[in-house]
Design a protein around this ligand. Structure first.
Ligand SMILES: Cc1cc2nc3c(=O)[nH]c(=O)nc-3n(C[C@H](O)[C@H](O)[C@H](O)COP(=O)(O)O)c2cc1C
Length: 303
C-alpha cells in the first residue's frame, strides 16, 4: 500500500490528524514498541505557534453520540521550545514528519515556516489556517484572498511541501483550496473541526471553558466526504481527507472521493492503534475490490 505525497515516499496512505495523537506521550506510555508498530505512515505534529500557549480553560472536551467537541486551544511550548525539546524526539519516529504551524499574522507564519523549514527532521509543513488574522480579524482559511496572500508570502521561504489545512467553517472551501493552489500550495488537507457547542447538563451554560469548540468524529464524516469530493474536483494538487474516519471502509470512501491520503483523528482517542487497524482494513478492501480506484475516480466527476 505504498503511497507518495508531494514527492515524499510513504509506506501507506494513513496519516494522523494534527493534535489527535501525542507521539511523545505515547512513546513514554508504551515504550519503543510504539516505533516498531507505529500507527501512521506519516506523522503530523500538533499545531505550534510562535509564543507558548496554555490553551483554553477547562473543561476542554465534550463527548457527543458520535464524536467530540473540543476546545483545547492549541497549548504548546511555542516555536523555540518545540524546536529544542519536541522536534528531536519527533525526528526519531520511523515515518516522515510534517509540522503543523499556526500564525496570528503573516509575519508570525513566516517566522514559523522559516524556522521549521531549516530543520532536517521536517519533510513537510502544514499550515493550520483555522485561525483569525489579528490584523484583519478574518479567519485565514475562510477567505480565498486572505489564504492566497498568506501562501504567496510563505512560498518563497522553503522548497519543502506546504500543505494548507482548510477549515470547513468557510462559505466555499473549494474556492479557498483553489486560491491556495494558485498561490503555490503543494497539497490541501481537510476537514478541520466544525464549530460546535454543548451545554452542561441542567445549567443552561456552556460546558466548555471556551464556550464553543469544534466537532469531530463520525458525526462530521458525511460533511467531510462531500467537501473532500468537491475540493478534489476543483484542484490539481493532492488532497488529504479526514473527518470521522474510523474504519478501512471510511478511508476507502475518502480515497474514492479523490483524496490522495487520509488522516485518522478522533478514532485514535478510543484506540491509539486505530491507524494500523484502519490500514489493514483498507488494504483488504483494496485487494478485494480490484479496479475499485479507477472506477471510483471516473465516478468522481459525477459526485
Ligand atoms: C482534541 C483535538 C485536537 C485537535 N488539534 C488540532 C490541532 O492542533 N491542529 C489542527 O490542525 N487540527 C486539530 N484538530 C483537528 C483534527 O486534526 C481533524 O482535522 C479533525 O478532528 C477531523 O478529523 P476526525 O474527525 O478524524 O477527528 C484537533 C482535533 C481534536 C479532536
Amino acid at each position: 500500500m505504498s503511497a507518495e505525497l508531494c514527492g515524499v515516499e510513504l509506506r501507506g496512505p494513513i496519516l494522523n490528524g494534527s493534535g489527535t495523537f501525542d507521539a511523545i506521550a505515547a512513546r513514554k506510555a508504551f515504550g519503543d514498541v510504539l516505533l516498531d508498530e507505529f500507527p501512521f505512515d506519516l506523522f503530523v505534529s500538533k499545531t505550534i505557534t510562535v509564543a507558548p500557549r496554555q490553551g483554553n480553560p477547562p473543561p476542554r472536551l465534550w463527548e457527543t453520540p458520535a464524536g467530540l467537541v473540543n476546545s483545547i486551544g492549541l497549548p504548546n511550548k511555542g516555536l523555540r521550545g518545540f524546536l529544542a525539546e519536541d522536534l528531536p524526539q519527533l525526528g526519531e519516529l520511523p515515518v516522515p514528519l510534517c509540522v503543523s504551524v499556526m500564525g496570528f499574522s503573516r509575519d508570525e507564519l513566516a517566522e514559523l515556516v522559516a524556522a521549521v523549514a531549516e530543520r532536517d527532521e521536517v519533510e513537510l509543513i502544514e499550515l493550520n489556517f483555522s485561525c483569525p488574522n489579528v490584523e484583519t480579524g478574518t479567519i485565514m482559511g475562510a477567505d480565498p484572498a486572505e489564504t492566497a496572500l498568506s501562501v504567496e508570502r510563505l512560498r518563497p521561504l522553503t522548497r519543502k511541501p506546504l500543505i494548507v489545512k482548510l477549515t470547513p467553517n468557510a462559505t466555499d472551501p473549494g474556492a479557498v483550496a483553489e486560491a491556495a493552489e494558485n498561490a503555490g500550495a503543494d497539497a490541501v488537507s481537510l476537514i478541520n473541526t466544525l464549530r460546535g457547542m454543548a451545554l452542561a447538563p441542567g445549567t443552561n451554560r456552556p460546558w466548555l471553558g471556551a464556550g464553543t469548540g469544534g466537532q469531530s468524529g463520525p458525526a462530521v464524516r458525511a460533511i467531510a466526504l462531500a467537501q473532500v469530493a468537491e475540493v478534489s474536483r476543483r484542484v490539481g494538487i493532492p488532497t488529504i481527507g479526514m473527518g470521522g474516519i474510523a474504519t478501512g471502509r471510511d478511508a476507502a470512501d475518502f480515497l474514492a472521493a479523490g483524496a490522495a491520503a487520509v488522516a485518522v483523528g478522533t478514532e485514535s482517542f478510543r484506540d491509539p492503534a486505530a491507524g494500523r487497524r484502519i490500514a489493514a482494513e483498507l488494504e483488504a478492501i483494496l485487494r478485494d475490490e480490484r479496479g475499485f480506484l479507477p472506477a471510483a475516480s471516473s465516478e468522481r466527476t459525477a459526485l
